[in-house]
Design a protein around this ligand. Structure first.
Ligand code: URA
Length: 211
């Protein structure tokens, strides 16, 4: 399904794994494993339109023209810290991808993002960038992360998450109408603390057992 450049990935395996992750009884180790599995499946969908070029290769039997990915390696950009849980799964599917990190935390009072780390590979202008963070909640961090990535001049940018709130999509859309969002689900709303309802709680805490 696609609406306003939002792609809801409703593959049954993705939907099932997401439901397991939402359950409050799911352990930290299961949550982590599920996020990795789900991210592998998401990687398949998100990379579906990567351009190919034909290259001359030799099989053991004869030469042929074969399709290979065009251009420089794509760059997977994890928004710390929960994005790293998705990165591991994505890298299983695209092991030669380059990796970038953005460190942002949400000021608990203003809910605005504050940057503390930024590192991406060289030659960004030749790369397609995929920015990932599990929870598209207020949309402030997502929009700030994507603005920062755009400033490095990549060929294209996509945003991938595990759950999105309508408010987050709206905020993100205002700033980045050109950036497609990939998510398995759009939930109902945010609560007063900026958490997605019904959601799955704090993704970072559930991933790393820090609560
Ligand atoms: N971040 C989370 O980890 N969970 C939410 O519901 C919102 C933001």
């Amino acid at each position: 399904m696609s609406e306003e450049n939002v792609f809801v990935i409703n593959h049954p395996l993705i939907q099932h794994k997401l439901s397991l992750m939402r359950r409050k009884t799911t352990s930290t180790s299961s949550f982590r494993a599920l996020l990795q599995e789900l991210s592998m499946l998401m990687a398949y969908e998100v990379t579906r339109d990567l351009p190919l070029v034909m290259e001359d290769i030799e099989t053991p039997l004869e030469p042929m023209r074969a399709p290979v990915l065009e251009g420089k390696k794509i760059v997977l950009i994890s928004v710390l810290r929960a994005g790293t849980g998705m990165l591991d799964g994505m890298l299983r599917i695209v092991p030669s991808a380059r990796v970038g990190h953005i460190g942002l935390y949400r000021d608990p009072k203003t809910l605005e993002p504050v940057e503390y780390f930024f590192k991406v590979p060289s030659e960004m202008h030749d790369r397609d960038a995929i920015v990932m963070d599990p929870m598209l909640a207020t949309g402030n961090s997502a929009a700030a992360a994507v603005a920062r990535v755009k400033a490095t001049g990549p060929k294209s940018v996509k945003y991938v998450c595990l759950l999105a709130a309508p408010e987050g999509i709206a905020t993100f859309r205002k700033q980045h109408p050109d950036v497609p969002i990939y998510t398995p689900a759009i939930d109902v709303r945010l609560n007063d603390h900026g958490y997605i309802l019904p959601g799955l709680g704090d993704a970072g805490d559930r991933l790393y057992g820090t609560k």
